[in-house]
Design a binder for this molecule. Structure first.
Ligand code: FES
Length: 360
């Protein structure tokens, strides 16, 4: 009991300190007073690690929760559409996963976690995340952010709604002249994440919900919504969801001659790609670096990222596993195998597949 009261007081003090001093000042103060006493007394602030305390947990659906987080002074300003990597210790082992931010406030952020079948971390968080817990987190990352377009369409499925929801809220609050539309696909009514938030957004912009496992008059998928409203393809599209869903939407957009340069994508649930078949030695031009690589025998079997690095070209990257999207480039000419979505190529998990290749 006493411990709980002390915990609540510590939490209130942390919220107060962040509001009163701001992250920059706290950083200054703590880094100049770091010692054995302060690190024991208030380890949440007197640490060199970026951490976040859980300040609330809310059930969104039967298998999705929103976790409100108060990050310490090492966190940096987040943008809607970005994600954080969160570390969880389960049975003594550290596991890390990326989660999109579903809400951004002045002092705190939120992630929304959907329990995946067989998903170790998502299930653990769903069952165990409680107010007061502290997790190690990364600073916000990712480029799935608003780029100033005037007419946008957010397309999502399942938990892919998370960055789209944050983006729509941010854009409608900060760029009211922007024309936003959303199509979100879920299995059934009971699976709709942010149900009341979407109802509120529907008063400000066009929101369509497709239910893939519902009978009756409800549209069953995003494609059906797009077929009925082809004018929506005149917009810049932000797309997020499971890999199969995204491939299907990109296939549909391609069949409609949609300009894929206007498509922004975000995916985390990537299952990996191995190199298939014999690989030819390519000439690869990395446009952004104005550098050409002539592959040698030593480059065979390597990813585009590894090839670039072996030749002294530093491509931006994060996870090196096809999950974070930070290495995303565009295929300008030639073919790749592996991790590709429309003209978006992820060099960390994509391989050259033609003799000449231009990566933008
Ligand atoms: S997707 Fe993360 S580095 Fe390529």
């Amino acid at each position: 009991m006493m411990g709980r009261v002390l915990g609540q007081l510590a939490l209130l003090a942390e919220v107060w300190a962040l509001k009163a001093f701001g992250r920059e000042w706290l950083h200054y103060i703590t880094s100049n007073t770091m010692n054995a006493v302060t690190t024991r007394l208030a380890p949440f602030f007197w640490t060199y690690e970026c951490q976040a305390r859980v300040i609330g947990v809310r059930h969104e659906t039967h298998d999705a929760i929103t976790i409100e987080l108060l990050p310490n002074q090492h966190f940096s300003q987040a943008r809607a559409g970005q994600y954080i990597e969160l570390e969880v210790v389960i049975n003594g082992q550290v596991h890390s996963r990326c989660y999109s931010l579903s809400r951004l406030g002045r002092h705190g952020v939120a992630i929304t976690v959907k329990r995946k079948q067989g998903g170790l971390v998502s299930s653990w968080l769903f069952d165990h995340a409680r107010r007061g817990m502290v997790f190690s987190v990364s600073r916000p990352q990712g480029s799935f952010v608003y780029q100033g377009q005037q007419k946008l369409l957010m397309i999502s499925a399942g938990s892919g709604i998370t960055p789209c929801y944050a983006l729509a809220n941010e854009i409608l609050a900060e760029a009211p002249s922007a024309d936003v539309a959303m199509i979100a696909q879920f299995k059934t009514d009971a699976d709709v994440i942010f149900s009341s938030g979407l109802q509120r957004l529907a008063q400000l912009c066009r929101v369509e919900i497709a239910l893939s496992q519902s009978a009756g008059t409800v549209k069953q998928d995003v494609i059906a919504c797009l077929e009925q409203s082809p004018e929506l393809l005149g917009r810049d599209i932000y797309l997020c969801g499971p890999a199969g869903f995204m491939d299907k939407v990109v296939g549909y957009l391609t069949s409609k001659n949609y300009n894929l340069a206007r498509l922004q994508v975000e995916r985390f649930n990537f299952d990996g790609y191995a190199l298939a078949g014999e690989q030819s030695l390519s000439e690869i031009y990395f446009q952004a670096h104005n550098a050409t690589v002539h592959m040698t025998e030593a480059d065979r079997g390597k990813t585009l990222l590894e090839i670039a690095e072996a030749h002294g070209i530093e491509l931006e990257h994060g996870c090196r596993a096809g999950m974070c999207g930070s290495c995303k480039c565009h295929l300008v000419h030639g073919e790749v195998s592996g991790n590709q979505l429309g003209i978006a190529v992820y060099p960390c998990t994509a391989y050259p597949a033609s003799t000449k290749l231009v990566i933008g």
